[in-house]
Design a protein around this ligand. Structure first.
Ligand code: FUB
Length: 462
């Protein structure tokens, strides 16, 4: 896609129309798959992944496509995290357009980075005063926010989008961004000011591949750069060609070039005419994040983030990576004997999330038959009791603890009373059996009609 400073290209408008015809007007996220783990979030549409490894977790910063969206009408960003790459905790939306008083719309693709204990999140938005795309920076003391506007104005503004940020080994930080050009600027150590002027990286075909059929854009570079350094080599992984995009990459011996085009990372796949890359190493493996239109009613404006595991070739080149619905193997087990957030989910069906009055998030809007899966749970020699923090305005809802599948063997059932409010919390417990070893855990919610219960957290005793 192209920046909003231009009018909507006819081809994109036609694509949007096709998307609407194909998906219907009112998107509803109601997946039912039990075996798949991609996309990694099922209860909202997510886009433009930007992973960050910090203190033994991967924090994933994304955009949020609205249900039924027919354009990139994005109002907020979302944060997720995982210690095992399969169970993802929903941290809600700690930054939105409202964070930036000068921004009017377009909460598009950004990236967050940590420096000296602070987290800086660079994002493109439309500047209300100029009508142009600009890059703002949010800052927080925690990877999950809350983020505040670091400057009260854009950090940089030239009508282009998609910032990516990198701190080199010598401490020099760089911000790169752009569509249709590719820019960089040297950030100062405070991460919210820069030295020198924004500089264009020459888009040569040697550096960024050859595009045919568009004289105004001779190279494959389209948007969404993801710049990082690995073993002394600088990588720029970017969305190539439009539309539909694929993911390609270039490498360079230095942070500002010269860049050499290295080929395709992910071919055009997956029902979204954009794609957007983010790459990290975590617990000894490399992971490639991207987005597609794989959820029900998904498409180019209702995207979802997914992840694949990959191994660099011996010469540092990136292999071709294909989209899967299987996702990645667990990088760790999950401990059921410490408090786990209910919004830590490998796969969910029918649930939503919201801010909990006790802090963090809870799952809610739960109806009969809804369920969540938590993967690779290490029960060891056996669990005896299940405890859940719950709230409800009705009585009779039940949390069923199951294994094998959402309809599998019942290990226990906890009944949830009417607590007097959806944010009036109480703790319920019930005995469980058959929970030994390491296995996937399913919570299936049962009861009459209407909303049954909210759940904030859970824990087993051994
Ligand atoms: O999500 C809005 C825009 O779509 C992003 O800024 C681009 O990278 C493309 O994914």
């Amino acid at each position: 896609m192209r920046p909003t400073t231009r009018s909507v290209p006819a081809a994109l408008a036609a694509l949007a129309a096709l998307v609407l015809i194909a998906t219907g007007l009112n998107a509803v996220v109601a997946p039912t798959k039990a075996k798949a783990d991609n996309p990694i979030v099922q209860h909202v549409y997510t886009a433009d992944p930007a992973p960050l490894v910090h203190n033994g977790r991967v924090y994933l910063y994304t955009g949020h496509d609205e249900d039924g969206s027919t354009w990139f009408t994005m109002k907020e960003w979302r944060v997720w995290s995982s210690a095992d790459m399969v169970n993802w905790t929903d941290h809600g939306s700690p930054m939105s357009l409202a964070t930036f008083s000068w921004a009017s719309k377009d909460a598009w693709a950004g990236q967050a980075i940590e420096r000296n204990g602070k987290f800086y999140w660079y994002v493109p938005v439309t500047n209300r005063a100029t009508g142009r795309m600009a890059i703002g920076v949010g800052v927080a003391d925690s990877p999950t926010g809350p983020f505040r506007d670091a400057l009260g104005r854009p950090l940089v503004e030239n009508g282009e989008i998609d910032p990516t940020v990198m701190i080199d080994d010598n401490g020099q930080a760089y911000l790169y961004w752009g569509n249709p050009n590719l820019w960089y600027v040297r950030l100062n150590a405070d991460m919210i000011s820069f030295s020198g002027s924004p500089t264009q990286i020459p888009l040569t075909t040697a550096g960024f591949g050859t595009r045919t059929g568009d004289a105004s854009r001779p190279t494959l570079y389209e948007e969404g750069p993801w710049v990082y350094k690995r073993n002394g080599l600088y990588y720029n992984v970017f969305a190539a060609k439009c539309c539909s995009e694929f993911i390609a990459y270039s490498t360079s011996p230095g942070p500002t070039g010269p860049w050499t085009y290295r080929g395709t990372v992910m071919p055009t796949q997956g029902s979204s005419f954009t794609n957007h890359a983010g790459i990290v190493d975590f617990k000894g493996s490399s992971y490639f994040f991207y987005h597609n239109g794989a959820l029900p009613n998904g498409g180019g404006f209702t995207r979802s983030v997914a992840v694949e595991k990959f191994t660099y070739n011996a010469d540092g080149s990136i292999p071709t990576i294909n989209m899967t619905s299987a996702g990645v193997p667990p990088a760790d087990t999950l401990n059921p004997y410490v408090r786990q957030e209910a919004e830590t989910i490998a796969w969910g069906s029918g649930i939503e999330t919201e801010r909990a009055s006790e802090g963090g998030m809870n799952i809610g809007w739960i109806e009969n038959g809804d369920w969540i899966k938590v993967k690779n749970v290490a029960f060891g020699t056996g669990a005896r009791t299940f405890t859940a923090r719950v709230a409800s305005t009705v009585s009779g809802g039940t949390v069923e603890v199951r294994t094998g599948s959402q309809n599998g063997t019942v290990a226990g059932r906890c009944t949830v009373p009417n607590t007097g409010g959806w944010q009036t919390w109480t703790t319920v417990s019930c005995s469980v059996s058959g929970l030994t070893g390491t296995q996937d855990l399913y919570f299936r919610f049962a009861g009459g009609s209407g909303y049954l219960l909210n759940m904030n957290w859970w824990q087993f005793t051994a």
